[in-house]
Design a protein around this ligand. Structure first.
Ligand code: PMP
Length: 350
């Protein structure tokens, strides 16, 4: 085995030696999901984004947006304040980056953000603000969070809003995500299943696929009730989204027509079931949107061509969902009778 010597320490070639923690963002592993999806039909590989140092795919977006603002002088270490609205993972990623680059951070969250996520952001030195009221017109928290961001921008000198929903550097971060997949699977997979929120992942991966003329088809997984890809269908309207990450109350400016070859909508119950299956079969403790992607793959089994190769992007780990998705009392109170066997009763697409 080749041995690299760095700083007098001998390392096997397979180990990474980076200059700092920020440099460890990206390069996440691909893991075969052969137990969950037996490879005789089609193959699924999961790209496990929890291996990023901040624990989620949003490390990539935060790094890309913050480093661009630093490069262009929009952010000045020791002076500037970053203000952002986040459901959790971007907030944690920004808190990590802002602490590293000596920037202040105010993160505006809503009551769906867990106490643990807020504690992590605060541990990195962020100021966390929770908006308690939903927007009366839409019933969503997002407009209220964005209004709070605007009021900070108006009152704090040298404040900067990355605006993850519209920032091209959020999307550009994911050229690398797709490049890494293609390095592992030359020519790219036949299908890429990803969860959509700001659509940064969707836009970045789709751009890479287009620019490299890959045949990979993109399946965007969205939450029932979300408006990202248009108004909800009648069956979705009564569905109130409680699992953060995927889905949005607005159609993000980053979204462009034709990025996704197919959109699949999943309910919160689907997410829970997908997460539980991923844990039971593969011993992967993953977050809610990963469960959404697994649920979509489960359903896609009916139309996927034989022997295709799929990559499932798993955006974060399950540690941040122990009080919800992995709590039996929580699941029982929200989805009474949910079990791995009742899939058809809670079918989320007509
Ligand atoms: N899953 C999780 C857990 C997330 O935190 C996010 C980001 N909100 C997404 C999926 C969606 O990713 P994107 O914002 O790139 O669309």
């Amino acid at each position: 085995m080749t041995v690299l010597t760095t700083g007098g320490v001998a390392l096997p070639a397979c180990q990474r030696w980076e200059t700092d923690i920020v440099a460890t963002i990206g390069g996440t592993p691909l893991v075969a999901l052969d137990r969950l999806f037996p490879p005789e039909r089609f193959r699924v590989h999961a790209k496990c984004e929890r291996f990023n140092p901040g624990g989620s795919i949003k490390d990539r977006a935060a790094k890309s947006m913050i480093e661009h603002a630093l490069r262009t002088g929009r952010l000045v270490p020791g002076m500037s304040t970053v203000v952002e609205s986040s459901s959790g993972n971007l907030g944690i990623a920004l808190a990590q980056l802002c602490n590293f680059y000596r920037l202040n951070l105010i993160c505006v969250v809503d009551p769906r953000t867990t106490a643990q996520n807020m504690a992590i952001m605060r541990a990195y030195g962020a100021r966390v603000e929770v908006v308690e009221q939903r927007d009366p017109a839409t019933g969503e928290f997002l407009p209220v969070r964005l209004a709070r961001v605007q009021s900070h921008l108006a009152s704090i000198p040298d404040a900067y809003w990355p605006n993850q929903y519209a920032n091209e550097h959020n999307a550009r971060a994911h050229h690398a995500t797709m490049r890494e997949i293609c390095e592992a699977l030359p020519g790219g997979p036949d299908y890429l299943f990803l969860a959509a929120g700001t659509c940064g992942t969707l836009r970045g991966c789709a751009e890479y696929i287009r620019d490299h003329e890959l045949a990979t088809r993109v399946v965007a997984v969205d939450a029932a009730g979300s408006v990202i890809f248009g108004p909800p269908e009648p069956w979705e309207r009564s569905h109130r989204r409680t699992i953060p990450g995927h889905g949005a109350a607005v159609s993000p400016p980053l979204l462009q027509p034709g990025l996704a070859d197919r959109v699949m909508k999943v309910t919160d119950a689907d997410c829970v079931r997908g997460c539980r299956r991923l844990l039971a079969e593969e011993s992967i403790l993953a977050g809610g949107s990963s469960g959404a992607v697994v649920a979509a793959l489960d359903r896609a089994a009916s139309w996927l061509e034989p022997n295709v190769t799929c990559v499932a992007l798993l955006p974060d780990g399950g540690d941040r969902y122990l009080d919800t998705i992995y709590s039996d009392p929580w699941v029982e109170s929200r989805f009474p009778g949910l079990s791995p066997h009742d899939h058809d009763q809670e079918r989320s697409e007509p």
